[in-house]
Design a binder for this molecule. Structure first.
Ligand SMILES: CC(C)(COP(=O)(O)OP(=O)(O)OC[C@H]1O[C@@H](n2cnc3c(N)ncnc32)[C@H](O)[C@@H]1O)[C@@H](O)C(=O)NCCC(=O)NCCS
Ligand SMILES: Nc1ncnc2c1ncn2[C@@H]1O[C@H](COP(=O)(O)OP(=O)(O)OP(=O)(O)O)[C@@H](O)[C@H]1O
Length: 201
């Protein structure tokens, strides 16, 4: 039996930091952000639909998606965000399901699905356990602004496009509090696997 774990959080809450650590323990990770990038490569069905809806203005000169431009549109407009989600999410789901099937077939003890919108899209029902990477809002805003070079308003728009982390906290099986040092958070991440008896693998 493979334990299917959903790892989630908010934008810039620290999911990638935690999932890289799990990966270093040789745990297979399936990352929704990576799959969503693959789904919108030039010529893919989702790419064609995106250009048809948003126009060629959201492309770079070489035809690749201008992610910054598309982000500016969808993080400040819920209707446009819904359109993008409805184009991209079904493909992302298909890609992730396929990878999950392969991992189960390989007899992996545990597989971690890194899905930012796990609770928003009710995908928690599709996994055995959930882990939330939590940060306080002021720290989240500061880390997001710092990483993506965003204004306060841009950062808040992105955070407000997701379910509040406090609501997610109430839904998760386990919570990693990432307000402190990375080292401290990685220790929490390890403790959870030990508690579940899936580490060492
Ligand atoms: C809008 C896009 C082009 C911006 O690209 P960019 O490289 O700046 O950001 P990236 O893809 O690395 O996402 C960073 C984070 O933004 C948040 N985020 C991304 N898309 C969304 C969304 N539709 N709704 C809410 N939050 C989102 C997630 O926390 C994600 O981890 C891109 O995020 C996208 O195509 N989004 C739609 C697909 C999607 O929902 N992806 C998230 C997981 S499937
Ligand atoms: N405990 C920490 N202390 C200081 N900085 C941190 C900590 N955890 C993460 N960071 C930094 O905060 C930023 C966000 O972390 P990370 O990229 O892991 O978040 P994420 O949840 O995967 O983000 P996104 O969903 O937006 O892709 C990064 O610049 C990362 O280096």
């Amino acid at each position: 039996m493979t334990l299917i774990v959903g790892l989630t959080g908010g934008i810039a809450s620290g999911k990638s930091t935690i999932s890289s650590y799990y990966q270093s323990l040789h745990i297979p990770i399936i990352d929704a952000d990576i799959e969503s990038r693959l789904a919108v490569e030039i010529g893919e069905p989702a790419y064609v639909e995106i250009v048809a809806h948003f126009g060629k203005d959201i492309l770079h000169q070489d035809g690749t998606l201008n992610r910054q431009k598309l982000g500016e549109i969808i993080f400040s407009n819920e209707g446009e965000r819904d359109v993008l989600n409805s184009i991209v999410h079904p493909d992302v789901r298909r890609r992730m399901d396929e990878k999950q099937r392969q991992a189960v077939k390989m007899g992996e003890k545990i597989v971690i699905l890194d899905i930012p919108l796990l609770f928003e899209n009710k995908l928690n029902t599709m996994v055995d356990r959930t882990i939330l990477v939590y940060v306080d809002r002021d720290i989240q805003i500061a880390r997001l602004r710092n990483r993506n070079n965003l204004s306060y308003e841009q950062a808040v728009n992105r955070i407000n496009a997701q379910m509040p982390l406090l609501e997610k906290k109430a839904l998760a099986d386990e919570v990693i509090n990432n307000n402190g040092t990375i080292e401290n958070s990685l220790q929490q991440a390890k403790n959870i696997l030990e508690k579940w008896h899936v580490f060492p693998i």
